[in-house]
Design a protein around this ligand. Structure first.
Ligand code: PLP
Length: 464
């Protein structure tokens, strides 16, 4: 990218955007009182260029933890093009070459899981899982075991059913009433355990998992069909469960015959240095959903992987004319998605990106730790692989969250330095105070140094 744009053409694009496009997640009024919408027009590696030709380093992989293999990959474009020219679409009752081959390859990375159901987005994959839980409840338990547990601060998508499973009250606000049968369990953020009644000094992870059991007992185990959790909470503040949590969660699910659904929409396909986030914790889920990094944003694809046991429940009784998963998404599993996903996986393998993610994640965690030593406003640094967060507080003693406007000012200052970082935003009332980092898995030490230097400068300017 050389920054040589035709200014006239681009100003026309800006005006077309301002006049016609309704963007995701933002208030548009500023575009009518002087500000221009940002248009990203090109990307290469970790860099993107905007309409003014300004080169940015992207520390959040397309804003939302997605472009795992980086921008501008010709082989990804070729894979999509070749697939759609040969066969662009046929409905999902039949198979396709990329669909079959990607499912086969994906399952080699997920021992214990045996089937792949294709969809378009993370929300949609989660909806499929919820529908399966409900159908299993109807078929096997007279409809009773239909409740789905979800965790405070987790997010599972944008549809009404996904918001019903959403642990972020500010994100949910004004979109109710919600779907019945979704029950909240407490978060497991040790840094904020002082806000949780009864949380112990020692063995917090086990205690947090035991809170789930208490809710199951309160609801009645025969009414609970599934527990849906992010392996590491993303938009809720980059929260890795403390030691002792996951083994206890697995034990509880087994004890009460509850399906464990892990939402890998963010962590899936390399983000934390393993193929999937849950693989750090030695657990065996029954259902895993994934989306963003599956094809790094080169094509729309999401997947729900299940065990053979779950799959069997939808094929074991052919005398029942309703005993199969009666679900379709027109575009789910279209050839472009799995073709891009196959190439994405090849790149991660051939370029050793899991190893790079672990090494660069450790490096960045160290760098953020140095920033914590320097800036009292950083209360906690956490995460795994290239999926990291820094929680900002008014005061380390009280851990009161930093003013959200100042947190956003840090993001804005970085943007002025042409470094794109993220922060929890309008998700958790009063607690949108965590800076988020998720550069592409190809990040180098130089990239990380540049990102952290920008954050350092921004923290100094905003907080002194
Ligand atoms: C953990 C998690 N699950 C699900 C989703 C929803 O995915 P999508 O926006 O593709 O529907 C997201 C989106 O950010 C997410 O972070």
């Amino acid at each position: 990218m050389d920054g040589n744009f035709n200014e006239n053409d681009l100003s026309r694009v800006v005006e077309a955007d301002r006049a016609n496009v309704w963007h995701h997640l933002i208030q548009h009024q500023p575009f009518f009182t002087g500000a221009d919408p940002k248009i990203i027009i090109e990307g290469k590696g970790l860099r993107v260029w905007d309409q003014k030709g300004i080169e940015h380093i992207d520390a959040v992989s397309g804003g939302v933890w997605t472009v795992n293999v980086g921008y501008g990959r010709e082989s990804m474009g070729d894979a999509v093009r070749d697939a759609i020219v040969k066969m662009n679409f046929f409905g999902g009752t039949v198979g396709s070459i990329p669909g079959a081959l990607f499912a086969e390859k994906l399952l080699t990375k997920m021992p214990g899981l045996d089937r792949v159901y294709y969809a378009n987005s993370g929300s949609e994959a989660n909806e499929k899982a919820f529908k399966m839980v409900r159908q299993i409840a109807h078929k096997r338990y007279g409809g009773k075991k239909h409740k789905i547990l979800y965790r405070d601060r987790d997010y599972h998508g944008t549809t009404i059913a996904c918001l019903s499973a959403g642990g972020q009250d500010e994100r949910n606000a004004q979109y109710g009433p919600y779907t019945p049968g979704f029950i909240r369990v407490p978060h497991c953020l040790e840094y904020r355990k002082h806000e949780q009644e009864g949380a112990p000094e020692q063995n917090y992870g086990e205690w947090a998992a035991n809170q789930i059991e208490e809710i199951i007992l309160r609801e009645g185990p025969d009414t609970v069909g599934a527990l849906c959790l992010e392996p590491i909470t993303a938009g809720g503040g980059v929260i890795e469960a403390p030691e002792g949590y996951w083994p206890r969660v697995a034990e509880i699910c087994k004890k009460y015959d509850i399906l464990l659904h892990i939402d890998e929409v963010v962590c899936g396909v390399g983000r934390t240095g393993t193929w999937f986030g849950y693989q750090h914790y030695g657990i065996q889920p029954d259902m895993v959903t994934m989306a963003k990094g599956v094809a790094s944003g080169y094509a729309a694809i999401s997947c729900l992987a299940t065990t053979e046991a779950v799959f069997d429940m939808f094929k074991d009784d052919t005398s029942d004319h309703l005993n199969y998963f009666r679900d379709i998404s027109t575009f789910g599993g279209c050839t472009a998605g799995p073709a891009a996903a196959l190439e994405n996986m090849r790149i991660i393998e051939d370029e050793n990106l899991l190893e790079n993610t672990t090494a660069m994640g450790d490096y960045m965690l160290g760098k953020l730790g140095e920033l914590k030593d320097k800036h009292a406003v950083i209360g906690d640094v956490r995460g795994k692989g290239l999926f990291l967060g820094a929680e900002l507080v008014k005061d380390r003693e009280s851990r009161d969250p930093a003013d959200e406007k100042m947190v956003q000012a840090v993001v804005g200052d970085c943007m002025k330095q042409a470094v794109v970082i993220g922060a929890t935003n309008r998700s958790l009332p009063g607690k949108n105070n965590t800076l988020c980092f998720s550069p592409a898995l190809i990040a180098t030490k130089d990239d990380i140094d540049q990102i952290c230097a920008a954050v350092d400068g921004a923290l100094t300017r905003v907080f002194g």
